[in-house]
Design a protein around this ligand. Structure first.
Ligand code: MLT
Length: 404
């Protein structure tokens, strides 16, 4: 009989956001008139910006003529986009990253999962708890439930920031601004992690998908702002939340050229070379029209329009924070992140609060325990709905709180 990768059987029955979608669908079916407000999955609601839409129209037209039609593109991404990324996201901020170190892709979810293809099974992998479920699930798919996975427990006591591992760890996933807790790492805190990785010869997989939401210039937006990170970190960036590309799909991964690993036989191998090798075998590149759309994000108009979108989501985050704090909630995040992480009231557990909010307020959020055991008793709300719906949602929660 053929065999399967039995590690898959150790995964939870379904992916968190699929479970929530199913529950909400069932609720809608039994409550047909309910006006449900979705503050659950971090999906954007504002339409694509005019600069992006024009670029899409132009590139679609290009695909329709013999002279400008494009077939396969470079697996790593077109030079026009890699250069635009490098210039705006790195060079202008004084960060040393070259276009050759950028790999354009179709989403950070894919890349943070696929990066595991390069990593040996013997590695000890540290993952924060709570965590964006993709890091843990894809690690489980690769190595199974094993004592080589270390959970770095985060809690109210440590401000939902992980402490350095006390024992040997080879690989750590870090995501800042954090999904799900919305917390950020200061330059000093991130420097501590980079120094730890360099001393221990460990690899940091740094997910910076939410960097555009940082409002304070002193907070690092890229791990490469930290001295030495080029030798110990891979960074993942996304257009999904910043430019509204959740439906278009575009992201990029930075693999610096000096990031090296020593093999069992003592040979020095470049991770840049390995990722390039992996991508050119398994990936045929992000569609041309999508890359043109992403390039438009870096035009002066695109940058300004993106900022307007981000500002509008961050105003929602402020409304959520204030509304909840006024009603006595303990919360984290929402200041440099579209996520607000709150403690469930009245001793409810995460799923009880999910049901309570859905039944009483017709609001969908995400139960903290879905992000790991340390998320039990917490709940995540997103700022990605419209201003009007966000205000309405907070009003409903306020009314519910007043009746407690
Ligand atoms: C979330 O809600 O955590 C995100 O939308 C998930 C993702 O970006 O894949």
């Amino acid at each position: 009989m053929f065999q399967i990768n039995e590690h898959y059987l150790q995964l939870g029955e379904s992916y968190l956001f699929s479970t929530i979608a199913r529950k909400v669908e069932q609720f809608s079916a039994t409550h047909p008139g309910a006006d449900i407000i979705r503050l659950g999955i971090g999906d954007v609601t504002l339409p694509l910006s005019p600069a992006v839409i024009s670029a899409l129209h132009r590139s679609v037209d290009e695909m329709g003529t013999k002279e400008s039609f494009r077939g396969y593109g470079p697996e790593q991404g077109y030079a026009f986009l890699r250069e635009a990324i490098t210039e705006t996201d790195f060079r202008k901020r004084g960060i040393n990253i070259s276009p050759a170190e950028i790999f354009v892709s179709d989403g950070s979810k894919s890349d943070t999962g696929n990066i595991g293809d390069l990593l040996g099974e013997g590695n000890v992998v540290a993952i924060t708890d709570p965590v964006y479920p993709v890091y843990l699930d894809t690690t489980l798919m690769r190595i199974g439930r094993s004592d080589r996975i270390r959970l770095l427990r985060c809690s109210g006591e440590n401000g939902f920031l992980p402490e350095l591992p006390q024992e040997r760890v080879d690989i750590v996933y870090l995501c800042y601004p954090n999904n799900p807790t919305g917390t950020v790492m200061t330059r000093e805190e991130l420097t501590t992690w980079v120094d730890w990785a360099l001393v221990n010869e460990s690899l940091i997989l740094f997910d910076a998908a939410y960097e555009a939401f940082i409002r304070d210039e002193s907070i690092p937006r890229s791990i490469y702002e930290i001295e030495g990170a080029r030798r110990c970190a891979i960074e993942f960036r996304s257009f999904s939340k910043s430019a509204g590309f959740t439906g278009l799909r575009c992201s990029y991964t930075v693999v610096p050229e000096e990031l090296m690993v020593i093999t069992h036989s003592g040979e020095s191998v470049s991770l840049h070379y390995l990722w390039n090798r992996r991508q050119s075998t398994k990936f045929n590149g992000t569609p041309y029209i999508i890359q043109r759309a992403a390039e438009a994000v870096y035009s002066p108009a695109g940058q300004q329009e993106m900022q307007v979108m981000i500002d509008s989501y961050m105003e929602n985050a402020a409304v959520i924070r204030k509304g909840l704090m006024d009603h006595g909630y303990t919360l984290y995040g929402g200041e440099h992140s579209p996520y607000i992480w709150l403690q469930c009231p009245d001793g409810l557990d995460s799923w009880q609060f999910f049901d309570h909010l859905l039944e009483k307020c017709h609001i969908v959020g995400t139960p903290g325990v879905g992000f790991g055991a340390a998320g039990e008793g917490y709940f995540r709300l997103t700022a990605f709905n419209s201003a009007e719906r966000t205000v309405e949602a907070i009003g409903r929660i306020a009314r519910l709180s007043s009746t407690r």
